[in-house]
Write a protein that binds this ligand. Structure first.
Ligand code: AMP
Ligand code: ZN
Ligand code: FE
Ligand code: FE
Length: 271
């Protein structure tokens, strides 16, 4: 058994279509895979079909960014058929599209012409984000990497930056709970304080992504202790975004084998 509970496909800012993501997971021996696209569950059915062929358990998930950087909330075992939940995600995607229009106008002012169609890669349901622009700038030979694109054009304070009106952490948790999902704080090591985790727990948070690929052993230890203190499930994943993304360590986060079961127990307790 091998588990990865944090990955992205072309339905958000991953570079692999759901089927190719699942094939890549199979190649590295993953048996339990969560697809956690930003603001979208639209890639799940394609991923699930491929996963069934390759004997992989596909865990439905989503990641919602919030206005409080770096708080991102993962939702596990969300109900892909709940129309209210789907409407909320669609609204988030529409707001991303609006922001993208503003960013493309700014780039135009800098003499860089990018159309939205170019960014969508033929997938009109994509939750658009800055990495899509970064990849296009690489394709056009304007920058060499996603990192350079963020440094020169897309990062906060850069010429093409437009802030995104994201939801609050509390609303992100509520959205996931309303979709019968288990809300988990993603990559707490990016700078989330224990007091914030305590407050989020009061708002309904159920888990902490202690085994995040980029956490140091000390961070993992610290977040496992915090998880225990607040009765949170410890989860983990690689945040794989596909080849060329800079987040390419699929399946390498060493997530304990009982994690999926622990998340499921939470789900049963909650709903
Ligand atoms: P957005 O959703 O448009 O705000 O873009 C945020 C996403 O961009 C994050 O989820 C990361 O995957 C990616 N990202 C943020 N900063 C950087 C960076 N400096 N280099 C590469 N990717 C980044
Ligand atoms: Zn992403
Ligand atoms: Fe994230
Ligand atoms: Fe992510």
């Amino acid at each position: 058994m091998k588990i990865d509970l944090h990955t992205h496909s072309t339905y958000s800012d991953g570079t692999l279509a759901p089927e190719l993501l699942v094939e890549a997971a199979s190649k590295v021996g993953i048996t339990h895979l969560a697809l956690s696209d930003h603001d979208s569950t639209e890639g799940l059915s394609r991923a699930r079909t491929k996963a069934a062929q390759l004997n992989i358990t596909l865990i439905p998930a989503v990641e919602i960014n919030t206005e409080t950087n770096p708080i991102h909330i993962l939702g596990y075992f969300v109900d892909e058929n709940d129309s209210n939940f789907l409407n909320t995600l669609k609204k988030n995607r529409d707001s991303r599209e609006h922001r993208m229009n503003l960013m493309l106008e700014k780039l135009k002012g800098l003499g860089i012409n990018i159309s939205k169609e170019e960014l969508l890669n033929g997938n009109k349901d994509t939750a658009l984000g800055r990495p899509h622009v970064a990849d296009n700038l690489i394709k056009k030979g304007i920058v060499k990497s996603r990192a350079e694109a963020f440094d020169r054009y897309l990062g906060k304070g850069c010429p093409a930056f437009v802030p995104h009106k994201d939801t609050t952490p509390e609303d992100a948790i509520q959205t996931i709970l309303a979709g019968k999902g288990v809300p988990v704080l993603a990559h707490p090591g990016f700078g989330v304080q224990e007091e914030t985790i305590r407050l989020l727990t009061e708002k309904g948070l159920q888990g902490l992504e202690a085994y995040y690929l980029k956490h140091s052993p000390d961070q993992i230890k610290k977040f496992l202790e915090i998880a225990k203190r607040y009765h949170l499930v410890a989860t983990g994943g690689s945040d794989y975004h596909g080849p060329g993304s800079g987040h390419e360590a699929l399946g390498q986060a060493n997530v304990p084998l009982n994690t999926v079961e622990e998340i499921l127990k939470r789900k049963e307790k909650l709903f």
